[in-house]
Design a protein around this ligand. Structure first.
Ligand SMILES: Cc1ncc(C[n+]2csc(CCOP(=O)(O)OP(=O)(O)O)c2C)c(N)n1
Length: 665
């Protein structure tokens, strides 16, 4: 029956790809035996309650093999995956997009497709499991994370970061099944790689096994052994891509195109599968459905244990899994704002961020902090956060090492797992190293918070290799990522409040290395940053000049406005901590905030891209047009002309030009 169950996957995959006229039949056909044994004998899940918190997670890292997952979910009886969805594979509005997308169908635990992301995301899931286990015990949290990864997943650089992190953290509940078919798109793997994957994983502290991926007994035994390991496990399973296809099996031609009618007919014969497309005989459906019922009892037992918890623990678990913030959260931010009003502070916003975290972390047990080896620079470790490591999964600070990409992907996995809110730090310049994972967090709508310090030429002497200029624009270009760049201590507290309260997507908080004045004086219970931009300083009369700035440049704008006023030119300052939040405001609020002053100036120590909707394409911009340089920050601001003098000079020149034009007219 196991062979027939696997052949059902193969048939659905080749038929759905054929119907869609595009897709990837090779992986599902090659890995069908692995999936059958895994889902029918090992994975703990219940299709009737797909979000059961103590289910095992399955990540199809090789997302191009999506039909494997869709076929299995259908066969197991997941409500979201009727046969019509398979017939609609890759069509608009279906739950079966080309690559698995989180949120389209239950059973799809994460979005995959960019190779390497899945395995790194799974590291975060396995870590979150241990964190929640440390908090709630074996009776409530006791599950595994399984990954199916391909050659491409293991060739991508992110996989190296991910496997060494998992090995270091001894995530023994992480089990990677490597679909070792020796074939990629261009042909045989020997064209481009000669890595000994077993040696590589062992060097990273993993347990390994090599098996025949078409032998049910070997797959079964390897999975049994993996469950008792004290380290993460790699099972390298030798398979034949496109297994069953008469002329294409074992070849790259099986990878990513419909097999064609003739080849499919041949495969039907070879696999002894005489059934019509999309038809699965009742006995095979029954076998799969029985497999789907396997863990129902375990779930009921779990539920009984959960109901036995005391009300407080139960409530806390439910709150954390639901992603609701504790009731004390807003009060902690408000108390900080009151203190800052009473005693204003001049400090770098990275330091202000630490100040906010000092208040927030004690009331937010689900926050899991970290840094990619820049802890002292990112200021992400607040007092009392102990180190999370293999000996202490109850810790709350992760030394991710110099692994920005896997850090970002692991945070995605932690957020997807639920129960924790991950945040971590690196320099803004290295957001490029995180970018593919940030993009996926945005696509999946996950609450992941990136603290990006050293956010401009203001970092000074480290020079242009470390000075971001295009990064704010590049991050703002990612849909559904909220980018914050607070101007002082109060804005930093408000931006943290917004980032943590944001349930449907990631945030990036850009922070300075250099010290800034506190500009927000007096207490305002409202979170002014929530509207993305607001008038920080009004003009004394009808404004001639509006200055718009973010972060460290707001104080320069304030100085320029004061001096313009002194010279008799009414000027106002708008602080712009978040483009995205501002763009989401009503047209009337945006219009009011942008105002009607004839001269508008944008000021940001970065490139202009993205500012035009605020300043207009005829607006002035004081910022960067190229790379920075190595020098103390004051010298750099002078050198690149990001100064109150430069703002005043340009604004007055524009005012004069407008007056001359008016005279002419
Ligand atoms: C980051 C990334 N680069 C490139 C691709 C395009 N791509 C999809 S599958 C694949 C490689 C296929 O080889 P393998 O991973 O062994 O999968 P198999 O052929 O066994 O299905 C590539 C290059 C991708 N999805 N992600």
């Amino acid at each position: 029956m196991q062979t027939a169950m696997a052949n059902a996957i193969r048939a659905l995959a080749m038929d759905a790809v054929q119907a869609a006229k595009s897709g990837h039949p090779g992986l599902p056909m090659g890995a069908a035996d692995i999936a059958t044994i895994l889902f029918s004998r090992h994975l703990k899940f219940d299709p009737a309650d797909p979000h059961w918190p103590d289910r095992d997670r399955f990540v199809l890292s090789a997302g191009h093999g999506s039909m494997l997952l869709y076929a299995v979910l259908h066969l197991l009886g997941y409500e979201d995956m009727p046969i019509e969805e398979l017939k609609n594979f890759r069509q608009l509005g279906s739950r079966t997009p080309g690559h698995p997308e989180y949120g389209h169908a239950s059973g799809v635990e994460t979005t995959t497709g960019p190779l390497g992301q899945g395995i790194a995301t799974a590291v975060g899931m396995a870590l979150a499991e241990r964190i929640m286990n440390a908090g709630f015990g074996d009776g409530i949290v006791d599950h595994r994370t399984y990954v199916l990864a391909s050659d491409g997943d293991l060739m991508e650089g992110i996989s190296q970061e991910a496997i060494t992190l998992a090995g270091h953290l001894k995530l023994n509940r992480l089990i990677v099944l490597f679909d070792d078919n020796g074939v990629t798109i261009d042909g045989d793997i020997s064209l481009s790689d000669s890595t000994d994957q077993i040696a590589r994983f062992e060097a990273a502290g993993w347990r390994t096994a090599s098996i025949d991926g078409h032998d049910p007994g070997q797959i079964d035994a390897a999975l049994d052994a993996a469950r008792t390991s004290d380290r993460p496990t790699l099972i390298a399973a030798r398979t034949t891509i496109g297994f069953g296809a008469p002329t294409k099996a074992g070849k790259s031609s099986a990878h990513g195109a419909p097999l064609g009618e003739e080849e499919i007919a041949g495969a039907r014969k070879a696999l002894d599968w005489p059934h019509e497309p999309f038809h699965i005989p009742a006995d095979i459906v029954d076998a799969w459905r029985i497999a789907g019922l396997r863990s129902r009892h375990a779930r009921k037992e779990w539920k009984a244990r959960f109901d036995d918890l005391d009300a407080e623990q139960r409530g806390e678990f439910e709150r954390r899994m639901a992603g609701d913030l504790p009731s004390a959260f807003d009060g902690a931010i408000e108390a900080l704002k009151r203190d800052l009003a009473a005693e204003p502070k001049t400090m770098a916003t990275r330091k202000a961020s630490e100040l906010a975290l000092e208040r927030v972390n004690p009331v937010l047990p689900e926050s899991i902090a970290g840094s990619a080896d820049l802890t002292g620079s990112n200021n992400t470790r607040s007092t009392g956060l102990t180190i999370l490591n293999a000996e202490n999964y109850g810790g709350r600070f992760i030394h991710y090492g110099i692994r920005e990409h896997a850090m970002a992907a692991a945070m995605n996995g932690m957020a997807l797992h639920g129960g924790v809110i991950p945040y971590s730090g690196t320099f803004l310049i290295f957001s490029d190293y995180c970018r593919p994972a940030i993009r996926l967090a945005a696509l999946m709508g996950q609450r992941v918070i990136h603290v990006f310090t050293h956010d401009s030429i203001g970092l000074g002497e480290d020079g242009p290799t470390h000075q971001p200029v295009e990064h704010l624009a590049a991050l703002r270009a990612i849909p559904n990522l909220t980018v914050f760049r607070p101007a002082d201590t109060v804005e930093t507290a408000e931006c943290w409040q917004l980032a943590l309260a944001r349930r449907d997507g990631p945030s990036a908080i850009a922070l300075t290395r250099q010290s800034l004045d506190q500009l927000r004086l007096g207490f305002d219970e409202h979170n002014l940053c929530a509207r993305g931009a607001y008038e920080l300083r009004a003009a004394s009369a009808e404004a001639e000049i509006s200055l718009f700035a973010s972060g460290s440049e707001v104080q320069i704008a304030v100085e320029a406005a004061q001096r313009l006023e002194d010279e008799g030119h009414p000027a106002r300052v708008v602080s712009v901590p978040s483009f995205e939040l501002f763009a989401a405001q009503s047209a009337s609020y945006r219009g009011e905030t942008i105002g009607t002053a004839p001269v508008r100036v944008g000021i940001e120590a970065a490139i202009r891209q993205g500012w035009d909707p605020i300043i207009g394409d005829d607006g002035l911009f004081v910022g960067m047009t190229g790379f920075g340089a190595s020098a103390p920050h004051q010298a750099l601001y002078e050198h690149f002309g990001i100064t109150a003098d430069a703002i005043i000079e340009q604004a007055l020149a524009r005012l004069a030009a407008l007056a001359a034009q008016a005279d002419k007219d």
